[in-house]
Design a binder for this molecule. Sequence first.
Ligand code: BJW
Length: 249
Amino acid sequence: MPTETQLAIQRAAQILLTAKHPILLTGAGISAESGIPTFRGKEGLWKNFRAEDLATPEAFSRDRKLVWEWYNWRKRLILSKKPNEAHYAAYRLKEKLPNLLCITQNVDSLHKRAGLKDILEMHGNIFRVRCQKCFRVGIIEGEVTHETACKYCNLPELRPDIVWFGEALDASLMHEIHSQLLRCDVILVVGTSGHVYPAAGFAIEVRRRGGYVIEINTDENHRAFPNDIYLQGNAATLLPQLDSLLSGD
Ligand code: BJW
């Protein structure tokens, strides 16, 4: 006798198989099983650190040294971790559904390390730096300090190439996402609290246009909308199960 969750996964798989313009949106929860802390919740980063002190342009202007120390710590942590089964399942999903538009709010590169090439990183990437003077972007996996010089203009004006609170997201990326949202018939939302806009608005937009919303999240108190499919549990368990049904495994 299949459980309620198994039936819901089967239904989600059927919906994805017939989707014309599906979207996958991931958040910090997809990397939780890899050992990377999420932002909100009991163990979240914002329990121990204040976003206002570290993840705003004002915080960076006030204390670049502190902000870089925090990012160096997170970079070291991320480099010591590996993609988990949910990242690999997302990669396989994209292989099976070539039309799938993959969007992540994560800056940790774990989707890419699992092989997923075409992913829109809407909040940037923790391993990229951007010069505040010449605006050029580079990759630095190791430590960066407030004194590290830009390799193009030689000025110590590097900042993480990340979207902080109050900052606009990349315009061309948002243009692409919005044009895809207009025709999206299914959005699969994995491991995000839905607190941060504009990403939090994507499922709302798809639902409003009559598309399906399928969500995977560990949150037991989530209140799903009537036509949504809410799969409560660990993404590293549930996403591979969903993926395996797409190939009839
Ligand atoms: C699992 C699991 C497992 C756990 N399996 N599930 C009022 C005041 C000020 C600003 C605003 C305001 N109202 C709206 C705003 C705008 C603001 C915003 O939305 N704020 C809200 C908090 C209210 N947004 C912005 O500022 C954005 N920019 C913008 O709107 O620009 C407008 C503009 C236009 C023109 C000019 C200027 C401006 C930018 C947002 C940038 C967000 N940046 C961050 C930090 C990046 C820095 C970094 O990483 O260092 O991005 S915030 C942080 O939250 C990070 C994440 O990408 C983002 C989303 O978090 P996510 O992924 O949802 O993680 P969690 O922790 O919240 O949730 C994890 C979930 O996983 C939970 O639900 C768990 O249950 C689940 N889970 N384990 C499955 N194993």
